[in-house]
Ligand binder design. Sequence first.
Ligand code: GDP
Ligand code: MG
Length: 335
Amino acid sequence: MVLRSRERGRVGHRRLLQSERPHPPRVRAFVVFAICIEYLSPMTRAGIVTVAGKPNAGKSTLLNRIVGQKLSIVSPKPQSTRDRIVGIRTDDDVQMILLDTPGLLDPAYPLQRAMRAASLDALSEADVIVYVVDANEHEPPPLERAAGLNEPLKSPVLLALNKIDSVSPGRRIQLSTEFPEARPISALTGDGVDELLARIAQALPESPFLYPADEISTQAVRFFVGELIRETALEQLEDEVPYSIACEVEEFREERSPIYIRAVIYVERESQKRILIGARGERVREIGRASRAKIEELVGSGVYLDLWVKVLTNWRKNADALRRFGYRLPKEHAQ
Ligand code: GDP
Ligand code: MG
């Protein structure tokens, strides 16, 4: 991991410079003291944990449960996680930096290519990969095959058989003989998640913590506000429109009470805009009302949400628009 090796590099460099001249006694005592602290303090583990798996397997639900807060958008509609989300969980001596991955699917247009590229990046950066499989799926393929990779993955892969709450006792027994190494879990109820966390912790490298212990994410609150609005719109709309929705938070004024947020839901066509607004603006009002309740829970105070709907024609096929909404494009699209 880049962060860790840079950290070590810096320490090494400084010691080399200091060793060129003799230390005064006070400095020597301090160096001995610092080294003692380093060796006597309890060992910590830290690293990147990538949650991978097919769309709808329950990756986002698991991430939210692990982090203990709703960070990643959860929806029964596949493809609702578009970019990777970083959550952080810190226990006494373990820190997990969690990456959620968009579905590993066959890319057909630039947005899907960006999603797949983000997933593959997250796999290659991982210290540990948690492969989430729906326990109802028969004969799940190995992760490499599911992800269409030609080479084996370098990081250890832990198999988590999710939705165990929804399978029969007979199937549970069958799974335990078929996949003795796998962890049966329910991301929904929390069953088996502590055991999975213990396994992840064992597999992480020894390392100092990489983020402050009280941080739960590196993403800005306004990013999550946008995601909550998008999630609410997904919940309230029929099949075709949801994938054409992007949300941008244009203004976020924390100094005001209630907090003032102006956000825009972008769609690809006028017809979709009409659906989103609804008769006499009822639908967008309802999306705004439900989103506001979620945002208030996230930020812990009152919110005034000024919500707009605009058309950005065919934005999903447009590299500039994708970048604007924060999607990372695969290399062939980067200029
Ligand atoms: P992702 O596409 O892999 O991120 O999947 P999501 O986390 O968005 O979940 C997809 C659907 O499966 C949602 O309707 C979840 O509520 C549901 N789900 C996730 N985990 C469980 C579980 O442990 N048990 C059951 N019964 N449903 C689950
Ligand atoms: Mg998801």
